[in-house]
Design a protein around this ligand. Sequence first.
Ligand code: FAD
Length: 372
Amino acid sequence: MKYDYLVVGSGLYGAIFAHEAKVHGKTVLVVDKRPNIAGNIYTENIEGINVHKYGAHIFHTNDKKVWKYITQFAEFNRFTNSPVANYKGELYSLPFNMYTFNKMWGVVTPEEAVAKIEEQRSEITGEPKNLEEQAISLVGRDIYEKLIKGYTEKQWGRDCKELPAFIIKRLPVRLTFDNNYFNALYQGIPVGGYTKMIERLLEDIEVRLDTDYLEQKAELDALADKVVYTGPIDAYFDYKLGTLEYRSVRFENELLDKPNFQGNAAVNYTDRETPWTRIIEHKWFEFGKDENGNDLPKTIISREYSSEWKPGDEPYYPVNDEKNGALYAAYRKLADAEEKVIFGGRLGEYKYYDMDQVIAAVLEKCENVFGL
Ligand code: FAD
């Protein structure tokens, strides 16, 4: 059988492309090297809890078209991301808002909060020389010391005084009692998990798992007229120009025989001493209930650690610096010359994409290819 399209990768990009190809009367084969579909939004149901295996994923968008599209394949719950910061046992609301300022300084009105922030910001005069000075010049020392310093140093593995100021351009401050982190028009988690949503996209499409395209490229290429490749762009070209770098995260998962560990989906540990940056308690993405609405007796937590990425590790966040930007541009040139292949998604385009941005990008590609 010769297919119109071979789609490499069953993540959000690949699954939507495959779905649209099928809708437009094309034949499609999807391959993925992992033993499961859904790429990095894969959720696995363990003890009734949908565990976000590759990191917590919260869907949020202001794009009506994207929302309309994706809600055909899943019903979304009303989850709103409201993370909490834990600084040596003191809990603060995030993002910085009136609850945070009240806890930090006992201030009650927005005027009092502004006055306090202004007083502390004035510590820095002149151009900030490093990330520490930049953060203090934006929100003052107390917020910097308790909520920014330790977390940032763990993320970057370096002292804030040694990090450049430009890493932080803005630090949003809300003078309202509003813990809604994303503040997006549409937000939520697909009921039943992301994997189910991808299953629906891939309904009636042939999928071969545990199949590494690059290991069997010639045979698989022979099966299709065109290829949609959503794996790492440098791997496609056998790293011949060099290896693109990523920032990595390590997850340590634990099943606990108790119903509630931290009472919230995400708690950021903002001190320097705690080795992890965050703990995710997965059940709270779905309000602690199983699919029948029953309270779940156990809980699963994931401690997240920032870690140095080495070739061969799971690629997470592309590194936005000059060196990697130039290397990607060189690979992009090679990719543009591959007439049979479309490179897409976070790895194919070496780009940090939120889920809604991936959906917008693949729908635009489909419009070009299929004339939606
Ligand atoms: P992927 O999901 O990575 O899919 C690529 C697929 O290709 C994988 O299944 C892989 O196995 C397969 N593949 C690769 N190479 C080969 C090969 N040689 N042969 C066969 N198959 C191959 N977005 C949000 O909107 N909200 C969030 O809260 C959020 N949280 C995130 C947290 C983390 C830690 C990270 C890293 C990202 C987060 N994102 C979030 C972004 C989100 O993960 C991406 O937008 C989305 O997963 C991208 O989908 P994709 O299809 O491009 O890539």
